[in-house]
Design a protein around this ligand. Sequence first.
Ligand SMILES: Nc1ncnc2c1ncn2[C@@H]1O[C@H](COP(=O)(O)OP(=O)(O)OP(=O)(O)O)[C@@H](O)[C@H]1O
Length: 281
Amino acid sequence: MLRLEGLSKRYANGDRALDHIDLHVPAGQVVGLIGPSGAGKSTLIRCVNRLVEPSEGKIFLGDVELTALGRAGLRQARRRMGMIFQEYALVERLSVMENVLSGRLGYVGFWRAWFRRFPQADIDRAFAVLDRVSLMDHVDKRADELSGGQRQRVGIARALVQEPDILLVDEPTASLDPKTSRQIMRLIVEICAERNLAAIVNIHDVALAQMFVQRIVGLRAGRVVFDGPPESLDPAALTAIYGEEDWSKTMTREEEAEDRAHEAASEQLRGVRAPLIAEAL
Ligand SMILES: Nc1ncnc2c1ncn2[C@@H]1O[C@H](COP(=O)(O)OP(=O)(O)OP(=O)(O)O)[C@@H](O)[C@H]1O
């Protein structure tokens, strides 16, 4: 589905954020992208939708080479990429429904969008995704009346209404409490399995990534230093990603998180995750 070939990014100030990344993400697979601050995680996600222009290398979404597209082609290709952000990026004064419909802006003409006259089919799509993320009781509320978890579900619904092939997810749980974070990660993973959607999830919380995703890619200084299933993320792998000092902090966080969260959630998670992974593979 998504293929990166020799992807590099050097910013104008000389910072080399990505260094010859090769990565293939098949349809239906959710990849957790981890790594220390400055490793290049956000840059990688932004290169895929070309919010950041790669310096070298190629990116393919299916058969389309994203790196070869002009403006019109890129606009079309972006419809196939649903973005989910840490801070939700909602329009606060607009309703939940209007925020979700904004995910269809890439499809409707300028004037229709200006007057917010969306086709009935788009409105039906919006209701369907709002139902999927359990927000049917909040359709007419303003975005600023919602909790963080509800806002992120609006963000997910807005991405889904695009009917994308891939989700690019940048720190989806960084502003949420631990329980809501697990709910949001579970929702993303379930939806990807149901729709055979690929996803790259930039995530700081290693324990959370391990609980939910099928594959973890570890970046360090712009290079892939780990690529494997969550159960292979052993101390040696964490050292390769975070270095000795940062790694010990990460492990402490992970243990704490597991102590607090695992007991409460693991029964439920075990039941959810196994069939999902089987389905997605
Ligand atoms: N707009 C920019 N201009 C110049 N350098 C940048 C820019 N954005 C990122 N960088 C640099 O590129 C490198 C990778 O940054 P990036 O934000 O992709 O890392 P990250 O892994 O997402 O970090 P974090 O987890 O802290 O968000 C860093 O050295 C950073 O300073």
